[in-house]
Design a protein around this ligand. Sequence first.
Ligand SMILES: Cc1cc2nc3c(=O)[nH]c(=O)nc-3n(C[C@H](O)[C@H](O)[C@H](O)COP(=O)(O)OP(=O)(O)OC[C@H]3O[C@@H](n4cnc5c(N)ncnc54)[C@H](O)[C@@H]3O)c2cc1C
Length: 366
Amino acid sequence: MPNALSSSQPDTSHPIPSHDLLIIGGGPAGISAGVYAARKLLKTAIISQEIGGQSTVSEGIENWIGTVKISGNDLAKSLKAHLNAYKGDLVSVHEGETVEKLTRTQGGFTATTKSGKSMSARAVLIASGASRRKLTIPGADTFEHKGLTYCASCDGPLFAGQDVAVVGAGNAGFETALQLLAYAKSVTLISRGATFRADPVTVQKASEHSNMRILTQTDPVEVIGEKFVTGLIVRNSVSNEATTLPVTGIFVEIGVVPNTDFVEGLVELDTIKRVVTDPRNQRARLVSEIQTPEKDSDARHGNDVEGAVHPSTVTETSGTRNNADESFSGVWAAGDCTDELYHQNNIAAGDAVKALEDIYIWLKKQ
Ligand SMILES: Cc1cc2nc3c(=O)[nH]c(=O)nc-3n(C[C@H](O)[C@H](O)[C@H](O)COP(=O)(O)OP(=O)(O)OC[C@H]3O[C@@H](n4cnc5c(N)ncnc54)[C@H](O)[C@@H]3O)c2cc1C
């Protein structure tokens, strides 16, 4: 049997696809795509580890447009309810499944899951989002789940009345600090930079608490403890001075990595493994479709001899992936798994909707 798994050439041993569309992921991107697919009467399979996505763990989301404030859990419930209201018999949801490999097969693509299921479709939307980036300093692995955690809403209450640290100064870091401030004795937030990536309003809310301390230009160096965490050694990057914070809990919020292992070798990824997409229509490219990678990639990103410009300024000269492009094979991506510059729930949903509009027209033209 040919090794289709590592190839972007079609494996002809598979039957004709059973679906119009496979959506991989059930976060805001995947579910928005599912609702649109249902309303466009596309035979669709949504395959996802869970429904709701990354912000399910958030206590309060205040920028999901149309809803003043919603908990992550309630957002997940509402996404599910919206999909269920329209999915009918055409859209099937395979929750609890992890796609291990996406391969090009006869007439489309086949996704194979960890549990051994395989599902095929003519078109695929990759909406697999991202996962937490791990802290890689000494002791981080040893003390994971022994005081060091990546989920404040899951583990935070265990640290009531204790001194804790949060590593990371983006929105997730400050939101985590805000959650912890409700019951921890003190929260020390460690920021690598002198300024913060978080929204000023969130920074302000956290800073108003008397038990909140922020260390800027500081790096975590080592997690220490015996059976459980007893401290975090940090170093000021200006003075080079190291100090030990006597904390029993460490909450890590240092960003995310895209969930794209299952398309490596099949679809074009950037240097940090995000799916490279055309911002006009969310189309991705098969590795086998890239003719002259360097020249083509420069054109896609609007780079010319006079220098680089913003990635969103993709010009028509790069437009090999419009609806008239007959060589396009049928893979789209949306949300946090892509090279989109900004990652938010609304953006993930909007990009998925954009993809669905394009997928629908493309499928009808086939
Ligand atoms: C703590 C926290 C708070 C946040 N707060 C906000 C906020 O207030 N406002 C805001 O706009 N954004 C917020 N964000 C960012 C927001 O959550 C993301 O931008 C958004 O979830 C991206 O949606 P997505 O659908 O692209 O991906 P995700 O939400 O990451 O969803 C990906 C989906 O794919 C599934 N999946 C992954 N790999 C596989 C696989 N191999 N097989 C099958 N399924 C797979 C996952 O189970 C999941 O269902 C927050 C993020 C975090 C972590």
